[in-house]
Design a protein around this ligand. Structure first.
Ligand SMILES: Nc1nc2c(ncn2[C@@H]2O[C@H](COP(=O)(O)OP(=O)(O)OP(=O)(O)O)[C@@H](O)[C@H]2O)c(=O)[nH]1
Ligand SMILES: [Mg+2]
Length: 227
């Protein structure tokens, strides 16, 4: 519990035995439920997560978005906090984000990785790609979004029932922000966190995922569900 709100943390993982150990060892004690959604990892991710007392959910179908939707269905907290299993997002920032969330009285808080302080954490190519995708989202939805691709968010679980989340892949991260931004009832804001280099092997394919995300953004904006 954090200031009378129960907290669920959800972490999607695909072969993150190294990262998940570091993330879970730093999980604050006030977190009530930790869910690790594993999509068929072939390493010790699930065993490590269970060893730390996390609920491990196996989702047979691959995909970042798919695993989040599976995790949401099992979440019980008033507030949901998300982050990657690769230890690039800081578990130490959870209390800072919750404090900001309650203080700013919002419904969806996006943890922005920008400005990137650790030079090793993100290549120029990734920074540029992120900038293009955030600019595209800002222009399409008439709202300045600094980090449309961040994987760390805090939101009220109750807002999920009005969201139309279709993406099963990496575009899920921008889709959930679009759904939050679009709703007049959801107060959305962003604050900056410290982002660092991932542990373990890279899963992202920058060109493929970058173009897919751009295409998804435009498609969602100009089809019925995106407006
Ligand atoms: N369950 C599940 N998790 C996934 C899948 N793909 C990626 N992930 C996890 O989702 C998180 C984000 O993926 P990353 O590969 O770190 O993507 P990224 O943060 O954009 O890229 P990096 O800069 O390489 O860290 C990590 O915890 C991955 O293990 C998937 O298909 N299923
Ligand atoms: Mg990552």
């Amino acid at each position: 519990m954090y200031k009378s709100q129960s907290i669920t943390v959800i972490i999607p993982c695909l072969n993150e035995e190294q990262g998940i150990e570091r993330v879970l060892s730093r999980m604050p004690e006030f977190v009530d439920q930790v869910i690790v959604v594993d999509n068929g990892s072939t390493d010790r991710t699930s065993d490590v997560a269970r060893g730390f007392g996390a609920e491990v959910i196996r989702e047979p179908v691959r995909g970042y978005g798919r695993s989040y939707k599976r995790g949401f269905a099992s979440a019980t907290g008033d507030l949901i906090v998300t982050l990657d299993g690769d230890h690039s997002y800081p578990p130490d920032a959870i209390s800072y984000l919750l404090e900001a969330f309650l203080h700013l009285d919002v419904d969806f808080l996006n943890a922005s990785r920008f400005p990137v302080r650790d030079r090793r954490a993100m290549s120029f190519k990734h920074k540029f790609g992120n900038w293009v995708l955030s600019l595209a989202m800002s222009m399409l939805y008439f709202r300045w979004v600094r980090d449309s691709q961040s994987g760390m968010w805090v939101f009220r679980r109750s807002i999920l029932k009005d969201m139309h989340l279709e993406s099963d892949g990496m575009s899920f991260s921008e889709e959930i922000k679009i759904e939050a931004l679009k709703s007049a009832r959801v107060r959305f804001t962003e604050i900056s966190i410290m982002y660092s280099s991932r542990l373990g092997e890279i899963k992202l394919n920058p060109w493929r995922d970058g173009f897919n995300n751009l295409f998804f953004l435009v498609k969602k904006r100009f089809t019925r569900s995106g407006r």
